[in-house]
Design a protein around this ligand. Sequence first.
Ligand code: ASP
Length: 339
Amino acid sequence: MKQSKKKIAIIYTGGTIGMERSENGYTPSPNSLQQTLEGISDLRHPDMPEWSLLEFSPLLDSSNMAVHEWNKIGQAVANLYELYDGFVILHGTDTMAYSASALSFMLDGLAKPVIFTGSQIPLCELRSDGRDNIINSLIIAGSGRAREVCVYFNGVLLRGNRSTKQSSDHLLAFESPNYPHLAEAGIDLQYRDEALRQPGDAALNFLPFSEVPIGVIKVFPGIQFELFESIMTDKLKGVVLETFGAGNIPSYGGNLLPIIQKAYNSGTIVTVCSQCMQGTVSLGAYATSKALHDIGAVNGKDMTTEAALTKLYYLFSLGLPKEEIKEKMAQNLRGELTE
Ligand code: ASP
C-alpha cells in the first residue's frame, strides 16, 4: 500500500535566505517567499514531503530576535504540532544557534523533527546555498529520523543545542564541536542513530520563556573586574562566565572572586563555560579555576554559551528554586551537555 506523504510546516521567520537587495543592503522581503519556493521545481518533486509555508510578520534579521521571538516560534510549533509530521524553521544564521537551543528547552516532550536552516547567500542570488539547505531540511523533517531540534546547514545535521555559528562567510557556517553530527548529506543521507535523541512517550509541553535578567561575561587578559561589579547585583539572576580553557580565570588583583562571591551570595547563578570551541570545563583542574568551584559556581561542562544561556532562561521560567536551578544547570536535560 502506498504510504501517504508526510506533511511539513515551513515557518519563515526572516534571515538572509529570503532577503532581497535594497538600497540599504539585503533586507527581508514580506510575501515573496511562497512564490520563490514555488519556482524551485524540486520542492514539488514526487519524493518530497508535502509542505506549506507560514510566514511571520515582521520578518526579522535574526540579530533582532530574543525571548519574544523564541516564544513566537515555539508557540507556532505547539499550535501546529498535531497537524504536521515535522517542522522546518527558516531563520537568520546570526542567532540561529540561540533560537535552536531555546526551542530545544521550551518544547519539552518533543517527538517530531524541528529543523532550523537558512543560508549565507539569499535565494534570489545565483549561487545561493538556500536551495540545498531547504531541500535537505525538508527531506530530513519528512523522514522523521531526527525527532529533536536540529540545525541543518551545508551537508551536516547538528543537534540544535550543541550547534554554534563558526563562520560568517563560509557556506559551512555551523558546527557542533562537542557532539557528533546527527547526519551527513553525502551521496546518501547518512544518519548516526546512536547520536540521535530517543524521545519518550510524554506529550508535548510548550513552556514560553519569561524575560529574565541574565548575562554573559567573557573573561580576557587584563580584564578589570571592578567594571562588572555594578551589574553583578541581586538583580542579575544568572550569568554565564566564558572562561579560558578548562574554566580558568586570571587570579591577579584578586578582585573577581569577591565580586562573583557577592553575586552568588545574593542569589545569582554563575555558570562556567569555556571560550574554547571544543572541550569541557573541569573546575578544580587548575588553581585558577578551583576558586570558582569553591564559591559555588556551576560547572557548565561542554555546553555552548548559547545552550547555557537559554537553559538559564528555561529553568528560571519554570519558576524553580535557586538550588534546583543550580543542580539542573549541571545535568543533561536535552542532550546539551556530556555528564
Ligand atoms: N544577519 C542575517 C541574520 O541572521 C544573516 C543570515 O541570515 O545569514 O538574519
